[in-house]
Design a protein around this ligand. Structure first.
Ligand code: ZN
Length: 101
């Protein structure tokens, strides 16, 4: 990540503060511990679909590579994660399956 990007992230974090923290936590939870189903990379992002307003929060998450924009068409069975390494979209795996039963 370039110095410029890091500075932008710092600037945005300061500007946003705790505003929209629930949304950022939600995104974190979606990508935490997830690996690409093809290459095993942990460089994955949450695919945000629909037409979100591009505000500072989204700008921050895009810079941090935690989300990518998946286009405005939302349909059943959409893949919700994206791998930066091999450019693949895939469906999120449930972790700790035994606990969730
Ligand atoms: Zn991959």
């Amino acid at each position: 990540m370039s110095q410029k990007t890091e500075e932008e992230i710092k600037h945005l974090l300061a500007a946003i503060g705790r505003e929209d923290k629930p949304f950022r936590d939600y995104v974190e939870r979606r990508i935490k511990g997830q690996v690409c189903s093809l290459c095993g990379s942990t460089e994955v992002a949450y695919v945000l679909r629909g037409m979100p307003t591009l505000d500072q929060v989204l700008e921050l998450l895009l810079l941090q590579k935690k989300i990518i924009l998946g286009g405005c068409i939302v349909s059943e069975g959409d893949k919700d994660l994206y791998c930066y390494h091999c450019d693949l979209e895939f469906v999120r795996q449930k972790l700790n399956v035994r606990k969730e039963v």
